[in-house]
Ligand binder design. Structure first.
Ligand SMILES: [Mg+2]
Length: 347
């Protein structure tokens, strides 16, 4: 397979820029694999929280070039085997593994003339309702963001150490959406039981990652009255046995775990353990969102608003409208890059 790898800076649409001086631009890595006149696409959204950078991911993908160039993929079993081989070459970068794995799934599905959903789950892809997220916002920003989302069916609200309910109350008083709260590890000092009771009154469905991972042991003692979903505490497959007894569910992200191959296994494991399953995303293009939507075919919740938040999405894929992603009807992931993306200089 011919491997092409480029990086591209992505920018959130104006309304979703995070203020307060935080750098919001991200630089994602895009992969194209070609063989027999077919192309497969993959993406990684390197995140500093997981010690990944775009330069590091691109360097790791180069380490796998020799293996990828001799690869002749025929079956899903072959794909799963190559996932393991790729890991030996790109470790410890799960993001690099993700970009290559997603491109291999796309390529194999195109070769078979089916969608990746059909290749993975033996059924046609269905539309996916997704959470759309309101980040930390000033009053003006909140009004602007909510205006776009006021009829969306699922809304997720980010919280910080202050654990303020202001944004939540604002949204709840104007929307009948299913709501969720994502604390991003920030509620270490909060009384989780009291907070969960207040959130339940506001008809919040669940709380995501209230404490930082190092405080997982305290989760069970928090006596939350709402389901608790792990995100930063559940990164790779190996975390599932430890996290499943503590949390009510977990949030799978392809770039955390290393692509579609392990995401499928995490999902199936979580279902056996009767956990609530969610698939999430970083700020990423329609290429990686399309891969997330394949996992979302079997999860309880999807949080795949990453491409919708972008002002400069370099891929076309699943169509976003009103908080719902609708699948394309073409083979593979159903994504196509904008002209010139893979000809662009990579820095
Ligand atoms: Mg989260």
């Amino acid at each position: 397979m011919k491997l092409t790898c480029v990086s591209r800076e992505l920018h959130p649409r104006h309304a979703f820029r995070i203020s307060r001086g935080r750098r919001t631009e991200v630089r994602n890595v895009f992969v194209r694999l070609e063989r027999d006149g077919l192309a497969g696409y993959g993406e990684a959204s390197p995140n500093a929280f997981y010690d990944e950078t775009w330069e590091g991911v691109m360097a790791k993908i180069e380490m796998a070039r020799g293996f990828i160039e001799t690869l002749d993929l025929q079956t899903v079993a072959g794909l799963e085997a190559s996932w393991g081989m790729v890991w030996e070459l790109v470790a410890p970068s799960r993001a690099a593994q993700c970009a290559l794995d997603v491109a291999l799934w796309d390529w194999l599905a195109r070769r078979r003339g089916v969608s990746v959903t059909e290749l993975m789950w033996s059924r046609k892809p269905a539309p996916v309702t997704t959470f759309c997220t309101i980040g930390l916002s000033s009053a003006e920003e909140l009004a602007m963001k909510f205006q776009e989302m006021r009829r969306f069916p699922w809304i997720k609200i980010k919280s910080d150490a202050e654990a303020s309910l202001r944004t939540l109350e604002y949204v709840r008083s104007r929307s009948t959406a299913q709501l969720a709260m994502d604390a991003n590890c920030a509620w270490g000092a909060a009384d989780l039981r009291a907070l969960s009771k207040a959130l339940k009154k506001l008809r919040v469905a669940f709380i995501e990652q209230p404490y930082p991972p190092e405080r997982d042991a305290e989760i069970a003692r928090s006596r939350s009255v709402l389901p608790l979903i792990a995100d930063e505490s559940c990164i790779v497959e190996g975390d599932v046995p430890r996290v499943a007894p503590l949390y009510d569910g977990f949030n799978i992200k392809l770039v955390k775990c290393g692509g579609l191959t392990p995401a499928r296994r995490m999902l199936l494991r979580g279902k056996v353990l009767h956990r609530k399953m969610m698939v999430g995303c970083m700020l990423e293009s329609s290429a990686l969102i399309a891969a997330g939507a394949v996992i979302a075919q079997r999860t309880d919740y999807a949080d795949l608003d990453g491409a919708w938040l972008l002002g400069d999405d370099p891929f076309r894929g699943w169509q976003f409208a009103g908080g719902v992603l609708t699948p394309p009807t073409v083979p593979g992931l159903g994504v196509e890059p904008e002209a010139g993306l893979f000809e662009a200089p990579s820095s």
